[in-house]
Design a protein around this ligand. Structure first.
Ligand SMILES: Cc1cc2nc3c(=O)[nH]c(=O)nc-3n(C[C@H](O)[C@H](O)[C@H](O)COP(=O)(O)OP(=O)(O)OC[C@H]3O[C@@H](n4cnc5c(N)ncnc54)[C@H](O)[C@@H]3O)c2cc1C
Length: 400
């Protein structure tokens, strides 16, 4: 496995880093304070071709590989978790799912404008009573002629007020338990759809997160994604891609913590020397560096498996779990290194600490990934082969 970045990947990293330095970093703190999701950044991401990094050019994307998507997510989260989260749901959870499961008509109608960044996609799985336990969702879609009638509520949905299209999961046959869940492409403008942002979030305050409501929304039958009853499988396959982007983003969060902490280590003196000279401070810096390097290796390994079209649920879960934990710890240590100043928004590290918590919760909590890893090792969990043909570059997905 070659871990050298290609020339194209190095150029991509430089482009995104410059963009983040100029157009995100200087404003991130104000956006956080104001709780403002700046949609202009989404337009700029589209201009730079970053809304469809992994999507083939024939479907409007940039046609790059998975590790290029990881680089974009890493650099974006170095600036602000909100925009990495936006790319995670738009590309990782929505567009790549359409690519894998959509009909040609669905791809032309929804994927192409999403990959070009003309439209924004989001992902509606979580409900007030169902997060980790997906099969507990209550939303229903009842067939009525050439439509399904969708009822229910989703919560904690990223881009709730800004996305144009949502992948929504609902029961078409409750008796079949998780085999009775189906996936639908739902448009914001349809009658009976509404959304409402959640206020008072701990972190990612510059992101848009909230509730979706479906009140007898008539969804055309052609907007069923995959077959009836494949929704659970589709959701798990989506999460394999979403989690990869979250793990990559966590590396960027650690980078940001390191940059801020190293600066402060040189700037602040105690007992007659830079605090970077104190060994206990060095220990925190060393842990951040180790976390960054280990996380990147895990991410690139998962990305390489994806590039080869190999099954990667186990490796992606490990990367997501470890990278997010390392990032959360790095942010905690970054605040510690800044002492009392780290406790105020004069420095960015308190925002990093708040922002680094949600990734430990979404796309599989720390506990869910811990259990997954233990079950793989103990032999209780085995990935089954897929029963659906997928594009050659990713033939195998979760079939549980
Ligand atoms: C900022 C943000 C953005 C989000 N964006 C989206 C989005 O775009 N789309 C979407 O669908 N969802 C989204 N979510 C929701 C997220 O995916 C869920 O919060 C997550 O799946 C956990 O579900 P829950 O919050 O209901 O917690 P629960 O599932 O109720 O878990 C509560 C606690 O119990 C633990 N737990 C649960 N089951 C077990 C078990 N079997 N063993 C041990 N411990 C267990 C959990 O780890 C956790 O600590 C977002 C969440 C946040 C915070």
């Amino acid at each position: 496995m070659n871990f050298e970045l290609s020339e194209e990947q190095q150029m991509l990293r430089d482009t995104v880093r410059n963009f983040v330095d100029k157009e995100i970093m200087p404003y991130a703190s104000d956006w956080d304070r104001e709780g403002k999701f700046d949609t202009k950044i989404m337009t700029r991401l589209a201009d730079l071709g970053l809304m469809g990094v992994c999507i083939p050019e024939e479907y409007g994307g940039s046609g790059m590989d998975y590790n290029s998507l990881a680089i974009v997510c890493e650099e974006l989260e170095r600036g602000d978790t909100a925009f990495r989260t936006a790319v995670s749901v738009h590309t990782g959870l929505n567009s790549m799912t359409l690519l894998q499961w959509g009909t040609e008509e669905q791809k032309q109608k929804y994927l192409v404008p999403q990959a070009k960044g003309e439209k924004v996609g989001a992902f509606g799985l979580t409900e007030p009573g169902a997060g980790s336990d997906v099969a507990s969702i209550q939303s229903t879609a009842v067939k009525d002629g050439d439509h399904y009638v969708l009822n229910g509520q989703k919560t904690w949905i990223s881009l709730c007020d800004t996305a144009d299209h949502f992948l929504v999961f609902a029961y078409t046959d409750k008796a079949k338990k998780h085999h009775g869940i189906s996936a639908f492409i739902v448009e914001r403008t349809w009658e009976g759809f509404s959304s409402k942002a959640i206020k008072g979030k701990h972190g990612i305050r510059s992101g848009n997160t909230g509730e979706l409501f479906f009140d007898n929304v008539r969804v055309p039958a052609e907007n069923l994604l995959g077959e009836e009853g494949e929704g659970f499988k589709i959701a798990m396959a989506s999460l394999d891609n979403g989690r990869f982007t979250v793990a990559a983003g966590a590396c960027g969060q650690i980078m940001a913590c390191l940059e801020a902490s190293v600066n402060y280590c040189h700037e602040r003196e105690t007992f007659g020397k830079e605090i970077g000279r104190h060994q206990l401070v060095q220990q925190m810096i060393a842990k951040m560096e180790a976390g960054l390097q280990m996380s990147r290796l895990l991410v690139f390994r998962a990305g390489e498996l994806k590039n080869q079209g190999k099954r990667n649920t186990r490796e992606t879960s490990l990367a997501k779990w470890q990278a997010c934990d390392f990032a959360n710890q790095a942010a905690d240590d970054a605040v510690q290194i800044h002492g009392a100043y780290g406790y105020s928004d004069e420095y960015p590290v308190e925002r990093y600490l708040r922002n680094s918590k949600a990734p430990v919760i979404y796309e599989g909590t720390r506990e869910i990934h811990t259990i997954m890893q233990a079950e793989y090792v103990l032999g209780y969990r085995k990935d089954k082969p897929l029963n659906k043909m997928l594009p050659a570059w990713e033939k195998e997905l979760v079939s549980k």
